[in-house]
Design a protein around this ligand. Sequence first.
Ligand SMILES: Cc1cc2nc3c(=O)[nH]c(=O)nc-3n(C[C@H](O)[C@H](O)[C@H](O)COP(=O)(O)OP(=O)(O)OC[C@H]3O[C@@H](n4cnc5c(N)ncnc54)[C@H](O)[C@@H]3O)c2cc1C
Length: 457
Amino acid sequence: MPGRTVRLTGWGRVSPSSAELAEPASAASAAELLGHELLDHGAARRGVIPRGLGRSYNNAAQCAGGVVISTARLNRIIDLDAASGLVTCEAGVSLEQLMIAGLPAGWFVPVSPGTRQVTVGGAIAADVHGKNHHVAGSFARHVLSFEILLPDGEPRTVTAESDPALFWATAGGMGLTGLIVRATVQLKQVATSRVRVDTVRTADIDETMAVLAEHDRSYGYTVAWSDSLARGARLGRSVITSGDFAGPADLPPADRADPFAFRPGARVGVPAGFPPGLINRYTVALANEAWYRKAPRSRRGELQTIGTFFHPLDGIRNWNRVYGPGGFRQYQYVLPFGREAAVRRSFELVSQAHAPSFVTVLKRFGEGNPGLLSFPMAGWTLALDFPARTPGLAGLMARLDRLVVEAGGRVYLAKDSRVPPDVLAEMYPRLAEFAKLRAEFDPAGLLASDLSRRLGL
Ligand SMILES: Cc1cc2nc3c(=O)[nH]c(=O)nc-3n(C[C@H](O)[C@H](O)[C@H](O)COP(=O)(O)OP(=O)(O)OC[C@H]3O[C@@H](n4cnc5c(N)ncnc54)[C@H](O)[C@@H]3O)c2cc1C
C-alpha cells in the first residue's frame, strides 16, 4: 500500500512535487498494488508512475498528488549466465550493479549513459544511449524481453517479436505503458575493464564535426566535450575522446593479474549548503579555458578506467548541488545529418547568449529504432546544461526549439523540463500512435507523470 508522502525532483532539482511513495519488494506485490490496492485509493486517481533512481533530469518520474512506484526494492539479479552474458534481473537493478556482477566474467553493459546510477527499468523507459550509439544503438536493442505489469496489474512478457506494439511503446515510453518489473538483457563481452583512449583537441566546430565523423568509423566509443562559450574562430572547439576496451596485453604488467578490476566506491560529495551562483558565465568560461588548455593536442593509447571514461561525473556524489538550490536545466537535441549548419548555429546561439553550459557534449548517433518516443535518430546530438537562474534562458531554449524543429530534429524527454506541447508534437510525429496505444493498454488513464500532464502525452 502506498505509504508516506515524499517530495521528489529529478536530477536537475527543478519542479519538485509531492506524491505518495510505494516501494513493492516483489513483482507479485507490485501486481497486487496495481490490480487491487490502488483501485480505490484516492491519490491513485491523480495518477501513478514508476520511478527508478531519479536520474532523469526533470519530472518524468514524479506525479504531483498521485502515487509514485519506486523500484528501489526490486533490485535482485536473478540470473547471469557467465558463458553467454545474458542477464535476467529485476527492473530496479542499477547499471552499476550489472557492472559489479558482470565484469569478473568479462561482461559489461551494452549501452551506458553518462552515469551508471540508472536502473534497468529507467534505461528501457528512456531508451538510453551512450558513447557507442553509432555502433550499438540504444538500450532497447539489447533487451531480449521484459516483464511489464499493465496498469490493471496484469503481467505480460514482451519481446520485440511477440508484441512489437507494446515493446516499442515501452522503449522510450517514459513509464507510461506500465511498470517494468524484470528484464533480460544481453551484456557486451570485454577483454579487460580498461579503455584505450585517444584524445584530440579541435580548434573549431568544423574540425570537431570532421574528427567525430572520422572517429565514428574507427572507434566503438566517441564523444566531444565542447566549450559552449567559445566564439568567433574558436566556436565549438572541443576535446574529443574516443576509445575501445583494451586487451590484456595493453595493460601494464602489474594490472594483468586483475584485468577486470572495477572499484566504483569512494566518492566525494558536495555539501548540502553549497552556495548558489558559483556556476556562471565567468567561472564556466575560466573552467572551459583551463580544461581545454590542459588537454593534449593529440594523445594516443591512454588507459582509462570505466569510471573515468564513461562516468566522470559519478566521481562526485550529488554533483547536481553545485548549481545551488535553483537547480539546472538540461537541453539535448538531435538533428539529422545534413543539418550541420544548424548545429553550428546552435553553438552560436548559446555563446552569443553567454549561457554557461558546464557540461556540453556533442556526438553522432547511428540509426534510430522503431520506438514511438525513442529519442535517438541518425544525426548530431548536443547536450547542454545551464543553471536554471541563467538570465534569458527561456528565450534561448525557445530559439533552440525553433532551430531543432526547422531542421527536423527533436529534444530528449528524459532531459526536458519546458518544451511546449505543440512544439513536441512537431518533433515527434508518432505521438498520436502513442496516445492510441496508451488508450488501449490503460483505458482508465491510471498512468500519468508531471511530464505527461504538461505535454499531454
Ligand atoms: C549525470 C547523468 C548523465 C546522463 N547521461 C545520459 C546519457 O549519456 N544518455 C542517456 O540516454 N541518458 C543519460 N542520462 C539520463 C538517464 O540515463 C535517464 O534519464 C534514465 O532514464 C534514468 O534512469 P532512472 O533509473 O534514474 O529512472 P528515473 O529517472 O527514475 O525515471 C525515468 C523514466 O523511466 C520511467 N521508469 C523508471 N523505472 C521504470 C520501470 N521499472 N518501469 C517503467 N518505467 C520506468 C519513469 O517513469 C520515468 O519516466 C543521464 C543522467 C544523468 C544524471
